[in-house]
Design a protein around this ligand. Structure first.
Ligand code: KIV
Ligand code: NA
Length: 266
């Protein structure tokens, strides 16, 4: 079939059809998650933690994102592809526009995503004015981990909840086509979802968002450390890999070779 567009995503929101989104960082995984029916693929800067072995998303570069987004695009044909703008690539509207253009021109993905609230609204407006599809991201924004002082639920007190409502409205008004709510109190996430006409995409924010997104490795159990509590893995791919490789190693080592070394010349 043909590739999903931002209009399809808007229509799904209008018709109450939930949106399924998952991350992918390579061509094979993109092809597989798409065959299984996801509507959108996120090339997340979780790339840093999941694939590149960093502790946070902060070291991920624009070149890293472009290389992996291009691979995901090559492996897919039906899902709408969104590429994260990494830490340091959204410092002002001009720089962000230049960097978003590089992502779109060099990878062929359909949209970019950037983290941040009110301060990012003018940037979102700038990008959309230039014809770029932008997904916003508020609540827990991992690029701000040191500023926020860790990873925790957002919107628990009145001030934080009011702030999130205001950010969601501002980002919708700025032209975002969707907005990720990460680790936002479920009741507040539901309220924000009802208050917007663009879809909210939840992660760790309860079941009442317009769609859901998850890191694919957390979903399929392809990790060496514990996934976040909200992830609920549906498979244990790490165990499958350990088993297959263990069998291979045992079989290889069982096939002992006769020791017939050539005689050394005297
Ligand atoms: O980088 C990422 O994977 C994300 C999602 C978890 C929302 O931003
Ligand atoms: Na991200």
């Amino acid at each position: 079939g043909k590739r999903r567009t931002t209009r399809d995503i808007a229509l799904m929101r209008q018709q109450g059809e939930a949106i399924a989104m998952l991350t992918a960082y390579d061509a094979v995984t993109a092809a597989l998650v798409e065959m299984a029916g996801v509507d959108m693929i996120l090339v997340g800067d979780s790339l840093g933690n999941v694939v590149l072995g960093y502790d946070t998303t902060l070291p991920v570069t624009l070149d890293d994102m472009i290389r992996h987004a291009a691979a995901v695009k090559r492996g897919s044909g039906r899902a709408l592809i969104v590429c994260d703008m990494p830490f340091g690539s959204v410092t002002d509207p001009d720089a962000t526009l230049r960097n978003a253009m590089r992502i779109l021109k060099e990878t062929g993905v359909e949209a970019v995503k950037l983290e941040g609230g009110l301060a990012m609204a003018p940037t979102v407006e700038r990008l959309t004015a230039h014809g770029i599809a932008v997904m916003a991201h508020i609540g827990l924004t991992p690029q701000a981990v040191h500023q926020m002082g860790g990873y925790y639920m957002h919107g628990k007190d009145d001030a934080s909840a009011a702030r999130l409502r205001e950010e969601a409205k501002a980002l919708e008004a700025a032209g975002a086509f969707a907005i990720v709510l990460e680790c936002v109190e479920p009741a507040l996430a539901a309220e924000i979802t009802r208050s917007l006409s663009i879809p909210t995409i939840g992660i760790g924010s309860g079941k009442d968002c317009a769609g859901q997104v998850l890191v694919v490795n957390d979903l399929i159990g392809l990790n060496t450390s514990k996934p976040p509590a909200f992830a609920r893995p549906r498979a244990d791919v790490a165990a499958i890999i350990r088993q297959a490789v263990g069998d291979y190693v045992a079989e290889t080592k069982a096939a002992r070779q006769p020791i017939t070394l050539p005689r050394r010349a005297e």
